[in-house]
Structure formats: C-alpha cells, structure tokens
Design a protein around this ligand. Structure first.
Ligand code: T5A
Length: 209
C-alpha cells in the first residue's frame, strides 16, 4: 500500500476534527492503516509547543515571527517523530491542520512576510508534503455562530475579530485556487455525512486508495 498524506484545513470550528473522526473508521474499514494526528502538536514535544503558543501566559503575546518559528519547530518534531516514520511504513497519515495553516494564520493573521513563511515551509516540510488537502470553507459569521453553540474555552486565535477570520478564509481560498491539483474546497455548512462522502470521493478519485 503506498503511503498517502492528507491534510484538513479551514477556519476555527469549520469541522476538521469532525471530518477526521469520520474519515478514520471509513478508511480503516477499507483495510488502510491510518494515523490521525493534528497541528500544532502531534508529537509529545510539539504538544508542549501547542500549549505555549495557543495559551500564552495572561497578558503576553508572541511576536509574529516567534509564533511562526514555534509552529515550524513543532512541525519539524511532528514530521521527524510521527509523520515521516508513518509514511515510511506505508501508512495513510491524516493531519488536522498543517503547513497551510501557518501560511494563512501567520501571514494573513500575524503579518509575517509570505516569502519568509514559504522559505521556512520549504525547509521544514521538504520530506512531508501533503498529497491531498481538504479545505473546509464557510463564512466566518456562520462558523462563529457554530462556535458559540459550543461550551469550549476560546484560545488566542479563536478570540480574534471577524476581519481576522475573513482574512483567514480568504487565505485558504487563495491556496486552493493556486494549487487545485492538491486542494479541494468543501462546504463546511453541509451536513457532516455529506462532507464525509465528498471527502471520501476525493480520496478515491485523486489518490486511488
Ligand atoms: N494555527 C495552527 C496557526 O496559527 N498556525 C499553524 O501553523 C497551525 C497548525 C489551533 C489554532 O492554531 C492556529 C489555528 C487555530 O487557531 P485548534 O483548537 O486546533 O487550534 O483549533 P481548530 O483547528 O479551529 O479546531 P476546532 O476544534 O475549533 O475546529 P474544528 O476541528 O474545525 O471543528 P470541529 O469538528 O471541532 O467542529 C466544531 C463544532 O461544529 C460542529 C461540531 O459538532 C462541533 O460542535 N460541527 C458541525 N455542525 C454542523 N454541521 C457540520 N458539518 C459540522 N461539523 C462540525
């Protein structure tokens, strides 16, 4: 079985974790060995970076470049310890967020120059580029309403304003437009079962799993 690397991207509360939870059993039922993971995080040390970056001490904010470097440091460890070995073993790896999130959040959101982010991405992800990226897309207002229905605590990114979340949405759509062979945009406001069906269809058509 050839290894495949699938990433799930989109705004806050777009349904990436929900889709991941649907994809894993569907692929396992086909006899595929699946590793489900997430970013920031995915390895023990990267999870430590996740808490630092998503929940900095009260009153403190990371500088934009420090935040971008932390995301990439966490990703490098995640690739070395989890993604790389899993792909080498012929498994399917599905990550809830990956390098497109850095491109979008640290550029559109935090203002790190795009060229710097692409240079970091080139170095850090050289051995782990996604074969397929599913982007869950919806109006930020709709995702905000959905988030407010949850009782989960908000983190440093979720608490930003609508203009921030609109820039995030546009950033993901720009990536999808620039890289249509890798990316597929899915309507995040569709029923979860419909989203899963479309995601499995894309996996069948594009990756022939
Ligand atoms: N970040 C991350 C960066 O800035 N740079 C980076 O490089 C990386 C990797 C991660 C934060 O870090 C930033 C981006 C993020 O701000 P996180 O907690 O992992 O933080 O945040 P999210 O990835 O946004 O995770 P969420 O859990 O908030 O959102 P999900 O996983 O997209 O959404 P999900 O599946 O949990 O669903 C949210 C709610 O909607 C319901 C679910 O039941 C749930 O209640 N739902 C639906 N309801 C109706 N219809 C559907 N289709 C639904 N799908 C889900």
């Amino acid at each position: 079985m050839p290894s495949v690397f699938i990433t799930l991207e989109g705004g806050e509360g777009a349904g990436k974790s929900t889709l991941l939870k649907g994809l894993v059993p569907a692929l396992v039922a086909r006899g595929i060995d699946v590793v489900a993971t997430r970013e920031p995080g995915g390895s023990p040390l990267a999870e430590t970076v996740r808490s630092l970056v998503l929940n900095p001490p009260a009153g403190e904010d990371w500088s934009p470049m420090a935040e971008a470097l932390l995301m990439n440091a966490a990703r490098s460890d995640h690739i070395d310890k989890v993604i790389g070995p899993s792909l080498a073993a012929g498994k399917a790896v599905i990550s809830d967020r990956y390098s497109d999130s850095t491109r979008v959040y640290q550029a559109a959101g935090a203002g790190v120059p795009r060229a710097h982010l692409l240079a970091m991405e080139e170095i850090v992800t050289a051995d782990a580029r996604p074969d397929l990226t599913l982007i869950l897309d919806a109006a930020p207002e709709d995702l905000l309403a959905r988030r407010q229905d949850r009782n989960a605590p908000t983190d440093a990114f979720e608490s930003r304003d609508l203009a921030f979340h609109t820039a995030i949405r546009n950033g993901f759509l720009a990536i999808a437009e620039a890289e249509p062979e890798r990316c597929l945009v899915l309507n995040a406001m569709a029923q979860p079962a419909r989203i899963l069906e479309r995601a499995l269809g894309a996996i069948d058509n594009r990756l022939r799993l």
